[in-house]
Design a protein around this ligand. Structure first.
Ligand SMILES: [Fe+2]
Length: 249
């Protein structure tokens, strides 16, 4: 069994297409999606159309839920960029997404098995950056999910972790958002992958054991960066062009 894992597309259709093209050469049995599909300053309607047509197993992210759970005037900035581009059909698809999915030995969630917005493998540390949790803290957050393979996204930080019983936790990183700036905090929180590449992972069962690989796919981000700039988001444009938020000296 060989499964490609994508997450955190954030409306970046060009990054999604680059990843899907790369996956097409990997001879996988299935592609699964861990959510945060449409919120971001790019092309949400095209992304929704592509994902709905592919009809892959998909769980809901916190930013997917934010597009329909609550009044429009309370939506965050990432949702405000796209809500008017989405049709009722797109929103009905988002509403239909489950919080978690079990596919045999593989468990899918967006953030943790119990939450679509708590960081699992990493936490927001005092230096305004992600810091890896210790093993006990990771294991304490596995909820009722005891599957051999646990898939999560949300932090946009690609990681492969082993827990007790040789269980595998894999975060593929983000397809469409390699760096972000969260100005709701003071000082602002920054996450930077440090490369503009679109990320995904592959998990594969070989014999009795599961193994994982992380992939980084270069693509031309210029069209998406222009869309971000048309929505006054220089930080998102810079993020997808470079993978960094902090300017070079
Ligand atoms: Fe996300």
């Amino acid at each position: 069994m060989k499964i490609a894992v994508i997450s955190d597309i954030h409306s970046n259709i060009d990054a999604l297409d680059a990843v899907l093209s790369d996956i097409a050469r990997q001879d996988v049995d299935q592609v699964v999606n861990l959510g945060d599909c449409l919120s971001g300053p790019f092309d949400a309607a095209a992304t929704a159309g592509r994902l709905m047509a592919l009809d892959m197993p998909t769980v809901s992210g916190n930013h997917d839920r934010a597009l329909w759970d609550g009044p429009k005037e309370d939506m965050g900035l990432w949702e405000s960029w796209v809500i008017d581009d989405l049709s009722p059909v797109h929103l009905d698809w988002l509403k239909s997404l489950p919080d978690t999915l079990s596919l045999g030995e593989v468990f899918l969630c967006h953030a943790t098995p119990d939450s679509d917005q708590e960081n699992w493998l990493d936490y927001r540390g005092p230096q305004d950056r992600l810091i890896a949790r210790d093993r006990a803290e990771v294991e304490a957050r596995d909820g009722l999910a005891k599957a051999p393979v646990l898939l999560c996204g949300h932090t946009h930080s690609p990681r492969i972790v082993r827990l007790s019983g040789n269980r595998l936790v894999v975060n593929p990183g983000a397809v469409g958002c390699p760096a972000y700036l969260d100005t709701r905090m003071e000082p602002p929180f920054i996450h930077e992958t440090g490369a503009p590449d679109a990320r995904y992972a592959i998990v594969e069962r070989r014999g009795a054991d599961w193994q994982a690989s992380l992939y980084a796919v270069p693509y031309d981000a210029s069209r998406m960066a222009a869309l971000a700039r048309s929505k006054d988001s220089e930080s998102w444009a810079q993020a997808i062009e470079t993978g960094w938020i902090t300017p070079a000296e």
